[in-house]
Ligand binder design. Structure first.
Ligand code: B1M
Length: 240
């Protein structure tokens, strides 16, 4: 009996057949396209080729997310695409996370992040948290509608390098000053880097409330945070 020839889609890419550098490049593209399954597969293939978890994280995932962040900042990618990319990245991170802690690779810093009291917007905050994770941070996301007490409890519990606050409403953004003023009163202000962000904020507002940095978007936050942590740990002044 005659058999039909097996037709392979010419465009179909078999990840396991790619050389390391081609696979990494393909993963950057897959991350950009938000393809979670492919990112999970690529991550496993590289680990199977004896890549360290740290190398996979930095060269395949973080670098891919850096490219996504640049195009997001430049208005080439939009929120839905970035959320998909972030979700794909999380797929890879889930595989790497236990390996990274096993091998003792330390996060480059810790951040507590939350949206301020009275405000339930969290899409931007979630993006910042994901981009920071992508940049090698351990992020403790305390969600929305956070009071001074909530922030303080999280600082006490997680001892982060950075406190990040997000606000999307002109009526809630002044609450950032309430938190920072309370940090000053309790004598703990200089123990932490304070980063703020959200659509209605700007550089001037950041300075006025006494934050160390205002970041206009997640890509800038992921660029700024490691730099400030290095300066803060070296005993320098990080303030705006
Ligand atoms: Co609201 N909302 N909303 N809303 N909402 C705005 C913010 C608004 C500008 C819409 C408008 O009128 N044009 C307006 C605020 C007006 C003002 O204050 N001047 C508004 C209003 C009025 C309201 C309600 C009061 C409406 C009502 O009930 N009458 C209500 C408030 C509820 C509350 O919080 N108490 C409300 C409710 C909602 C929804 C629940 C429906 C929904 C939120 C869903 C959610 O977040 N899960 C919603 C949405 C989606 C918006 C818009 C349309 C989009 C916000 C968003 O997600 N943007 C928004 C209009 C707009 O902004 N175009 C609007 C995408 C996101 C990626 O950007 O959050 O800016 P963004 O985050 C960026 C940067 O700002 C920065 O990086 C992020 C990523 O690049 N960033 C940081 C953010 N946080 C950072 C922290 C950092 C660093 C960078 O360091 C720590």
């Amino acid at each position: 009996m005659a058999t039909e020839p097996l037709m392979l889609d010419e465009d179909e890419i078999v990840l396991s057949e790619l050389a390391d550098d081609e696979l990494v490049e393909q993963m950057h593209e897959d991350l950009y396209d938000g393809l979670k399954e492919e990112i999970v597969e690529g991550t496993s293939i590289l680990l199977g080729r004896d890549w360290s978890a740290e190398k996979v994280l930095n060269e395949a995932l973080v670098e891919g997310m850096r490219i996504v962040g640049i195009d997001f900042r430049d208005g080439i990618l939009f929120v839905p695409e970035v959320l998909l990319a972030a979700n794909a990245m999380k797929g890879g991170m889930e595989i790497l996370r236990p390996l990274l802690s096993e091998t003792g690779v330390k996060p480059i810093g810790k951040m507590v992040i939350g949206t301020v009291k009275g405000d339930i917007h969290d899409i931007g905050k979630n993006l910042v948290a994901m981009m920071l994770e992508g940049a090698g941070f351990e992020v403790f996301d305390i969600g929305i509608n956070n009071s001074v007490e909530d922030y303080f409890e999280a600082l006490e519990k997680h001892q982060p390098d950075i406190l990040g606050m997000s606000a999307l409403l002109t009526t809630t953004m002044p609450y950032m000053k309430v938190v920072i003023d309370e940090m000053v009163s309790q004598g703990i202000r200089d123990d932490y880097i304070v980063m703020v962000g959200g659509a209605p904020l700007n550089e001037e507002f950041g300075r006025a409330v006494g934050a160390d940095a205002y970041c206009r978007d997640a890509a800038q936050a992921a660029d700024t945070a490691p730099r400030l942590v290095r300066v803060h740990r070296a005993g320098g002044t990080v303030g705006a």
